[in-house]
Design a protein around this ligand. Sequence first.
Ligand SMILES: [Fe+2]
Ligand SMILES: [Fe+2]
Length: 262
Amino acid sequence: MRVLAIGDIVAEDGREFVYNNLNRIRDFYHIDFCIANGENAANTNGITADIANTLIARGVDVITMGNHTFANKEAEYVLEDNPNIIRPLNFPPEFEGVGVVVKDIGIARVGVINLIGRINMTPADCPFHAVERALKTIDADVIFVDMHAETTSERIAMAHFLDGKVSAVFGTHTHVQTADERILPGGTGFICDLGMTGVEDSVLGVKKEIILDFYYQAGKRFRFEKAEGEVFFHGCIFEVDPSTGKTTAVERLRFSSSHLPY
Ligand SMILES: [Fe+2]
Ligand SMILES: [Fe+2]
């Protein structure tokens, strides 16, 4: 089976691209299941009920989140109402929503786990122990982990920790795609960062002039605004054998709205 993971969908341009293209992307690449990070899908942080429902209607099977999960208050009931949107498992258990979902799509029971790192991030419980506990109870043929973290080392360490225990680990949050896609010795697919789906002529999807001010005039007021321009789609396809749960091929995707592969 072929599973597509889409990097952080940023703001209106990013989500409109997914709304309008995901069906064709799924057909062209023969995708059986699609996971997308939606923590920046609203302008430019968080998610709303309308956005979540539209992403799912247009072909996303599971939405993962990150440090911006609750940027919109609406997310609290979005997460309670829709189990197909998950937030980091190692957030406090009292927070709305869950960190794990299993969906039976006929050819396999697909598990998705969302974790958040602890280095240069808001405080959270240990993601390593949290996922270790979850794997003891999860009943799925294939398992995918979104490790939402700031540093490459924490994500790579998580991938090695889970090698042979899950089908694939992919990183999100830093919005810059890494070219290190591979299959680890135990059969777990990995990419350190999927990249973002949003306007590339920006700083991580935010209007570049605003971020220049943010650094050049550090300490003064600033307000993030979404960038406008050409959208780049970033993601990764994991080909997985449901009988073993192992990844057999990894294909990194990067293309722009003006150079579509289909
Ligand atoms: Fe993030
Ligand atoms: Fe993000």
